[in-house]
Design a protein around this ligand. Sequence first.
Ligand code: ADP
Ligand code: TRP
Length: 327
Amino acid sequence: MSNATTQRRILSGVQSSGTLHLGNYFGMMRPALELQDSCECFYFIADYHSLTSNPAPQQLRERVLGVAMDFLACGLDPQRTVFFRQSDISEVTELAWILSCITPMGLLERCHSYKDKVARGIAPNHGLFAYPVLMAADILIYQANGVPVGKDQKQHLEVTRDIAIRFNNQYGELLTVPDPMIRDEVAVVPGLDGQKMSKSYGNAIELFAPEKAARKKIMSIVTDSTPMEAPKNPDTCNVFALYKLMATPDEVAALRQRYLAGGMGYGHAKQALFDCYWAYFQAARTRRAELEKNLDYVEGVLRDGAVRARAAATQTMANVKRAVGLA
Ligand code: ADP
Ligand code: TRP
């Protein structure tokens, strides 16, 4: 448990349901990776959560490794950070069950991520409905103090806090109540269509897409119909919103001037965005290509992370089981 003398423990997870994109990077990965310098970090690949969409087994296995390579390429340091696969610590599902038994149905019925998925025609299974309880278990089993996430996860963090407080009231102060860490400036990164960028909306720009595919996507970003000669508003433009994430302050100021001055077509802004994106991830792209040739190393990192994660998880589980009367 946290107290003034222990270091802050940070934890976050990302599903292995596809390749990672700019929304994942700026909303969650970059803030999470920056915290490696000052905090004890636990980051994991949420493969149990990905099972809610019933992926093909081989695809699930491959995607876990893909996400692991994305993180390592972007600067996750496995010496400092505990980096692991969620399903390697199966105790988390045991905690999820215990927490389920104190979670009111109404709390889960209110979750909009579940309601959104059902509204988009995804056939709901029990795993999808119970997803926030497993997420609470992920966080509480490691006694995390802070959880860096994008804004879409805010409600899940509220559910986690609610469950932790209920547990502590009923069984004693065993679980750390975590704080969400959401950065306003990157809370929602827009996709090609201006909606939240998401793997499941088909509007994502992947971190490591091949050059041609990435250029094509960037050229397809939706813009308004202001004519070429007319001044344009940078603050309502998706292209500019993405450019701001990756360009230097001077470059941002220069492109802003070109929007305001008129005489620049959106094609020019898109080209500037592509160049900036390509350069921004160049070093990571090179590292990722190296990792792809060394999958044994990637597997080894996850195995080592699981050993360190298990040590923290088993301690919480022993206390929780004793407290609820199971052990
Ligand atoms: P997706 O919506 O693509 O399936 P995930 O749900 O796996 O992405 O999200 C992983 C992390 O990335 C979460 O912390 C989430 O909040 C963050 N994230 C995802 N998309 C965005 C976005 N468009 N803007 C900001 N953060 C995002
Ligand atoms: N639900 C998160 C998402 O879709 C992934 C996740 C699972 C997570 N467990 C977590 C994030 C615990 C933070 C903490 O993005």
